[in-house]
Design a protein around this ligand. Structure first.
Ligand code: SF4
Length: 385
């Protein structure tokens, strides 16, 4: 079984992905909803427990199992699916998620599903993306407070001003944005395909200069990979911006032989010092294909727990950077969302149609393996607006 070893970095405290909720929170949440750990629940959930036993002790499983069983029953009864992002806690990701992955993989599933209801186990912009692609479905987000520092950094009005300043320059927008912002964009991208989309846009618009919003660090990292000049916004992911090159040096000293994998929302100096860099999908593939003995994923900390289920021989050194927005999504929140059909995502049709054009352009590009970012590159300057 994979080992998870906590490594609080820098000023970080002890790590517990369940800290905002907790086992006892789940226990009382189940009891408050009249759910108990019966023999029937045990029979329905024993096989699911196998996927999370490396992070949920057996003594704690009876707290989660009643909610897991009730959610799975409700999904079948209501023709609903749950799209679970890689940063969900493991009992959500492995035990109630029907489709799992990064933003790009979940967007494809939203576009393809026959289900009547989509519950987004992720943050608000992801639920909006599902609604953009599947307007006839009911899309629910279990907690309206599940936002994102990147999505909150920019508005549609900001993008209109940027376009006025740089007329004719294509606007490439990271999916971590609101529908309003996507509606003002030419094409969207994810961290799996950011470099490929930038290269495509440069070819299509016959230019060597693009607008890439809103993540400043992702923009710089893409500029270093592609050589294309980038006009960037000053948005940051509050989770990934905290990693430093000093953290990597500290990890290499404390855990000799460790393989350091970084997400491209990290600062450029972190990308330079890592052994491998890419989207959550690329990081997962790397672990599954290379089976490093000891690895650290410089990204949201639930990711290690979720990848560990499929990599039993790997030791994961888990940094302690939680995304507080992702952790708003809990089992009882999902249960309540499905039971009470809340909180439904609504997007004005005119905005949705324009946003869909930008997302569709991305989805129409040839499907390729998540592209890795070459590490060790010198940081490249971008033009910040
Ligand atoms: S991890 Fe960062 S980019 Fe992802 S939802 Fe949280 S704040 Fe947003």
């Amino acid at each position: 079984m994979a080992r998870i070893i906590d490594a609080p970095l820098g000023a970080g405290g002890a790590c517990d992905p369940h800290a905002m909720h907790g086992t006892w929170g789940a226990l009382s949440a189940a009891a408050a909803r009249g759910l108990a750990y019966t023999d029937e629940v045990r029979a329905k959930t024993d096989a699911l427990y196998e996927n999370v036993k490396h992070v949920v002790p057996a003594v704690e499983w009876p707290a989660y199992a009643p909610l897991v069983a009730a959610i799975n029953d409700m999904k079948r009864a209501k023709n609903a699916i749950i799209l679970a992002h890689n940063y969900m806690t493991s009992e959500i990701f492995w035990c109630v998620g029907d489709f799992r992955g990064d933003s790009l993989a979940l967007a494809f599933k939203a576009a393809q599903t026959d289900a009547a209801i989509i519950v987004q186990a992720g943050v608000h912009f992801m639920a909006e993306t599902s609604k953009i692609l599947a307007p006839e479905k009911t899309v629910l987000i279990p907690d309206l407070r599940a936002g994102c520092s990147l999505a909150a950094s920019i508005t549609g009005a900001d993008v209109r001003l940027i376009k006025q300043k740089f007329p004719g320059v294509p606007v490439i927008t990271y999916v971590n944005t609101s529908a309003d912002v996507k509606a003002e964009s030419d094409v969207t991208c994810t961290s799996s395909n950011a470099a490929a989309v930038v290269e495509w846009a440069a070819r299509e618009w016959r230019t060597n200069r693009v607008i890439f919003i809103p993540d400043e660090y992702l923009a710089k990292n893409v500029a270093a990979q592609t050589g294309i000049k980038i006009i960037a916004w000053h948005g940051r992911c509050e989770v990934h911006e905290r990693f430093t090159a000093e953290d990597i040096a500290e990890l290499r000293t404390s855990y000799p032989g460790i393989v350091v994998l970084a997400h491209p929302e990290c600062p450029p100096e972190v990308m330079s010092a890592a052994d491998f860099a890419g989207s959550t999908a690329a990081l997962q593939l790397y672990v599954e294909e290379k089976h490093p003995a000891k690895v650290v994923l410089l990204t949201e900390c639930s990711m290690s727990d979720n990848v560990a289920a499929a990599a039993p021989t790997v030791d994961f050194i888990r940094p302690c950077n939680l995304c507080p927005h992702m952790k708003r999504i809990t089992l009882e929140g999902i249960y309540d969302a499905l039971k009470e059909m809340k909180h439904e995502i609504v997007i004005p049709e005119a905005v949705r149609v324009r946003a869909k054009q930008a997302v569709d352009r991305m989805l129409a590009l040839p499907k390729e393996k998540p592209r890795a970012f070459e590490t060790g590159r010198q940081p490249v300057a971008v033009e910040l607006v």
